[in-house]
Write a protein that binds this ligand. Structure first.
Ligand SMILES: [Zn+2]
Length: 164
């Protein structure tokens, strides 16, 4: 009887420990999925990019950042999914129309930077600049450009050899 109780006690403790460990693992995993693998900025649902650096899966905040992964790591990068800006759904890179350098950049901090003399600051380098947004349809990309400027290109022109 005593041995049975000890066994039950150990079993219950183990179950609790596993549960706590699993919850912690789940939290850290979901956090990792919301932060860009390159710049650690939050990943925006409208510009998320999924890719592989060698066999390691990474989630990036925007196509510009994902494309610097190769420069930063020196390893081959394969992008498997972009996001359609309009519907926030996954988009295969070879189907994507890219709008480059519009006035919308989800990664840029909100509002212009202003220094103490009230002069607006120009940000000289940002790895997420110029902005790249992906669209599933040419017509959606073109009407976006009418409102926000930018240049239309196919993903293949932007990053030849980045998907297979
Ligand atoms: Zn990033």
């Amino acid at each position: 009887m005593r041995r049975l109780l000890t066994f039950l006690g150990v079993a219950i403790l183990l179950t609790i420990a596993l549960g706590v460990g699993y919850t912690g693992w789940k939290i850290s995993r979901s956090r990792a999925a919301h932060v860009c693998a390159i710049c650690s900025r939050p990943v925006h649902p409208e510009s998320k990019v999924v890719g592989f650096v060698e066999e390691q899966r990474g989630v990036y905040c925007c196509p510009a950042c994902a494309l610097t992964a190769h420069r930063q790591t020196g390893k081959p990068v394969r992008l498997v999914a972009l996001t359609d800006y309009e519907t926030k759904t996954e988009l295969r890179p070879e189907q994507a129309y890219i709008v480059q350098d519009s006035d919308v950049n989800p990664c840029a901090r909100a509002g212009a930077l202003v220094d103490e003399t009230n002069t607006p600051h120009q940000v000289h380098f940002d790895r997420c600049s110029p902005s790249y947004l992906a669209f599933a349809h040419r017509s959606a990309a073109e009407s976006f450009i009418e409102k926000h400027g930018g240049k239309l290109m196919r993903f293949e022109e932007l990053a030849p050899g980045y998907h297979h």
